[in-house]
Design a binder for this molecule. Structure first.
Ligand SMILES: O=C(O)CCC(=O)C(=O)O
Length: 371
């Protein structure tokens, strides 16, 4: 990402906004024309506020999947074409039912061939029951093919998917396909990440609940930004296809860290009674459980920070955003070094670089940039 909004980055690097976020304004921000990236930073990232980019913003105008996946009038899926393209792929499908209200419950998760799913999706009797979600279609397609969509500037600073792609790991880029009435029950996104969701066709009813109630309809061509740690449920209206990413960056990384710390506290409480049985491996065990529950723990977060830092240091060194990323990473590693559980749980010899050495490397890079 090359975004030299120098003024805002200089401003952010000179004040303590991390622990003093202004969350006094919380209503949905509606954009009918594309805001500048700086405006989005100020109105949404810094206030952790949800946003709706309406189709008038034109953010999806050139997306290849719109022409490829939809009927000629672009109002509904071209089922036969979708089967031709992806019929034999195995896809994750959730069986929606009114008595499953718990998000992520394993009882209702299935896998099936995509052509079987389309059969259920287009059939009136089953359309409201089967929801193909969290499908890593881009990752599963031939990686040499270009994205069938492009990522709007507002969502391009994405440390999570950047690291997953660099390490060839499972990513957080998804396709959702469902019929009228399919839904996702109330939840907060994994790790307290942000998400964005773009409607290719169909409509979605969004209900944010915590911290504030907000309801609205997302039309075809609209993109929703979900801030960190906002609870929401979503119901599809008509045949709906959407593309969705979960991600974090410099603006919410401290929330991700706080989320991991709170989850670790909870794990420690739950298995307190085993502590005396495993005195010297207690902290490592808790980290193993944290990784299993959240897909991340202190060590894997540190490794992610290391990867992003090295990419920024070796990348385009005139890019202010890169320096800003490094500034936040340095701050977070300093915080981790003051957290006793991080010190107890991590064997620094197994890390790709010792935290203090990384802090020093980042610090001297930032100082050089100032000259
Ligand atoms: O579209 C859906 O069913 C759920 C989307 C969602 O929860 C999200 O984007 O965070």
């Amino acid at each position: 990402m090359n975004n030299n909004q120098s003024d805002i980055y200089d401003e952010l690097m000179s004040k303590d906004w991390i622990t003093n976020l202004d969350e006094s304004e919380y209503g949905l921000v509606r954009y009918d024309e594309p805001p500048s990236y700086e405006t989005f930073i100020r109105e949404c990232f810094l206030k952790n506020r949800p946003a709706l980019f309406t189709a008038n913003c034109g953010l999806m105008n050139q997306w290849a999947c719109i022409a490829e996946w939809l009927s000629e009038d672009r109002t509904k899926p071209d089922f036969d074409r979708l089967i031709n393209l992806y019929g034999s792929m195995i896809v994750p499908v959730t069986k929606c039912s009114s008595n499953v209200t718990e998000y992520g419950s394993d009882d209702n998760k299935l896998t099936m061939r995509f052509d079987e799913f389309v059969h259920l999706w287009r059939n009136n009797d089953t359309t409201a029951q089967y929801y193909c979600k969290d499908w890593h279609l881009q990752k599963m397609s031939d990686e040499t093919k270009p994205l069938f969509y492009s990522i709007p500037i507002y969502f391009q600073s994405d440390w999570l998917n950047e690291k997953c792609l660099a390490e060839n790991e499972d990513d957080f880029r998804f396709v959702y396909m469902g019929g009228d009435g399919t839904s996702t029950p109330s939840h907060m996104d994994v790790l307290g990440t942000y998400s964005w969701s773009a409607n290719i066709c169909g409509r979605k009813r969004w209900c944010f609940s915590k911290p504030y109630p907000i309801e609205f309809i997302q039309e075809p061509g609209d993109i929703v930004f979900v801030p960190s740690e906002w609870y929401h449920d979503v119901t599809n209206i008509g045949y709906t296809i959407s593309i969705n990413h979960n991600w974090f960056n410099a603006f919410n990384i401290f929330r991700i860290w706080k989320h991991l710390c709170l989850t670790l506290d909870d794990i420690e409480h739950r298995i307190e009674d085993c502590r005396s049985l495993m005195s010297d491996t207690w902290y490592e065990h808790c980290q193993v459980i944290l990784q299993a529950n959240e897909g991340m723990n202190f060590i894997s977060l540190y490794k992610l920070l290391y990867i992003i830092a090295q990419r920024r240091i070796t990348g385009d060194n005139t890019n202010k955003h890169a320096t800003f990323d490094l500034w936040i990473i340095e701050k977070l590693i300093q915080t981790m070094l003051h957290t006793s559980t991080f010190l107890y749980a991590c064997d620094f010899d197994t890390l790709p670089q010792r935290p203090k050495a990384l802090v020093k490397q980042i610090h001297s890079y930032i100082e050089k940039q100032k000259q």
